[in-house]
Design a protein around this ligand. Sequence first.
Ligand SMILES: Cc1cc2nc3c(=O)[nH]c(=O)nc-3n(C[C@H](O)[C@H](O)[C@H](O)COP(=O)(O)OP(=O)(O)OC[C@H]3O[C@@H](n4cnc5c(N)ncnc54)[C@H](O)[C@@H]3O)c2cc1C
Length: 409
Amino acid sequence: MQNYDTDVAVVGGGLAGATMALAAAQAGLSVIVVDSIDPKTATDAAFDGRVSAIAFASCRMFEALGIWPALAQDAQPINDIVVTDGRVREGAAPLFLHFDHREIGDEPLGHLIENRHSRVVLIDALSSNSNIDYRAPMSITAAAPDLHGYNLTLSDGTSIRTRLAIGADGRGSRMRAWAGIKTIQWGYNQTGIVTTVHHRDDHHGIAQEYFLPSGPFAILPMTGRRASLVWTERPKLAEAILELDDAGFHDELEARFGTYLGPIEALGTRWSYPLGLQLARDYIAPRLALIADAAHGVHPIAGQGLNLGLRDVAALAQVLAETVRLGLDIGADDVLARYQQWRRFDNVSLAFIMDAMNRLFSNDFGPLRLARDLGLGLVNQVPPLRRFFMRQAGGSVGELPQLLRGEPL
Ligand SMILES: Cc1cc2nc3c(=O)[nH]c(=O)nc-3n(C[C@H](O)[C@H](O)[C@H](O)COP(=O)(O)OP(=O)(O)OC[C@H]3O[C@@H](n4cnc5c(N)ncnc54)[C@H](O)[C@@H]3O)c2cc1C
């Protein structure tokens, strides 16, 4: 049976799946994207309060895909990253790490973009691309490969046959489960509280990360005099903080944020996310490739989760584009193996680095505190080390696929 409805079916039209669809379409493939969430809900202000740090290599990919001008309207450049150790109500300890973008070039270290803004831009791009058939709200309810294709059943009872299925359906991926791919996972006993704050003084594009005993407290500059917080607490305390009235919440917030940007005011909704690590043992199965959170979910300590997913997108899209050019089968085992080999080591090593950073920094044990302060102090004193970490954060190390170099496919 060689009849196909599409070359590629992307299951999950979140930030990674939508970008994957655009890249596959640019490679000349026909694409169906299926997402279970209504686009109106997905782009509503209440749906996702997160602001993502998008590394400069990922920004170049958005440029190559033609959506950067629209994303840039809400993008706050990250000029500097400042890391300090701290304790609640004591303010930040002396600075021990400072990344200044001017040390590695003219480009900022990345941009901060509100997820809800990115969703609007991506959904618009999906809907207006003639190679893409975007179906939402619609769920995949069953999926299985045959010898030459992959069969998907949709919640309205229709079915799709594709040459290649891409699982971009997030941490709870059903595509992964249906393919029998196991995961390694553990929780961090931490909750990430996310909210937006207005402040009086200019932030100058400086992102701050305080390491408090319960976990990192990140202050991420946004457009206007606003900042997005990723505030890590033990789950019980996070629950109590989330339930505080506005005055109580403000007090807890100020005890951590400090007053370095003048008076602050929390702006409305508070979101929370349980934090944990999850790694799929394999990224591929017959006629299936997993990308982004479906393949690896990491701690947000360094704002790298989505960026790793976007690197998967760029690598898989390039492998597919080269296969199309040679007139070969995009779902063949050796094609998918190339993708897995390109991405798995980078993802696993970064997941463990972030795991180790979180363990090292989320405690108040004196000797450990001294060791980490000395360690980061050392990085701060050695310019080549500093530049290495900045390039790593910018996503421009290793074998970069074309899209991450800003070159269209
Ligand atoms: C507090 C916090 C802060 C973060 N900050 C950053 C940051 O600054 N920078 C960064 O790079 N990363 C960051 N991350 C990580 C980042 O948010 C995630 O890696 C990213 O959102 C994952 O995107 P995704 O598209 O893979 O998955 P998801 O966003 O989970 O999307 C999956 C999609 O699949 C759909 N779906 C699921 N099942 C089905 C089905 N059966 N049928 C059809 N559709 C289905 C869902 O509707 C959903 O739209 C942060 C994470 C957290 C928790």
